[in-house]
Design a protein around this ligand. Structure first.
Ligand SMILES: [Zn+2]
Ligand SMILES: [Zn+2]
Length: 188
């Protein structure tokens, strides 16, 4: 069990991977143990090292298989984030470096950490860019392909990768070994 009570194994099971697949909400709830319902639970992400808050309150959503990129938008029209604001998703696929050989060595694919948390950029707070410009490479903005490029503003831990180039979806990836999800407790 995750320290914050977030059962990541269950999140893996309830995350749809296929594009256009709709979520069977009742079916999902039926598979969750009552004590660890993750659907609909509001969490904030925190820095594992210093507990600084790194996001606004968000709820678990599905990871969109495809999303608009800025160069697909009409001139002057802002590109929407990949995740709807107020939601996050868990990506079970490896993200970022190291890039590992695939296709009999014909190309390389991401071999980085699995289960990164994907958020809309506007929902992430308390981070500042890392000082290494190579980590923030990209033509119009950081493409997020070089590892963590955002650090905790409070303690400096490398916590996230901002993906914000013209050819990429607009998202921020929080690294699961650097952050924790903390349930937001409703007060009466
Ligand atoms: Zn660009
Ligand atoms: Zn920190």
């Amino acid at each position: 069990m995750h320290p914050a009570g977030l059962d990541l194994d269950e999140e893996r099971h309830i995350q749809p991977r296929e594009r256009d697949r709709t979520i069977d909400m009742e079916g999902l709830r039926g598979r969750l143990r009552p004590c660890s319902a993750t659907l609909g639970r509001v969490v904030v992400f925190e820095c594992r090292r210093c507990r600084a808050r790194l996001s606004v309150p968000v709820v678990l959503g599905a990871l969109p298989g495809e999303a608009a990129t800025p160069d697909a938008m009409p001139t002057g029209v802002p590109c929407p984030p990949r995740m709807a604001p107020g939601t996050y998703a868990v990506d079970n696929e490896p993200f970022g470096p190291p890039y590992v050989p695939a296709g009999d060595g014909r190309y390389r694919i991401a071999g980085g950490p699995r289960r990164t948390f994907v958020l809309a950029p506007g929902d992430v707070a308390g981070t500042v860019p890392v000082s290494d410009p190579a980590r923030r490479a990209g033509c119009c903005g950081p493409d997020g392909m070089d590892g963590p490029n955002l650090k905790c503003a409070s303690c400096g831990a490398q916590v996230a990768a901002e993906v914000a180039d013209c050819w990429t979806w607009q998202e921020v990836r929080l690294y699961p070994d650097a952050v924790r999800a903390s349930a937001v407790v409703k007060t009466a």
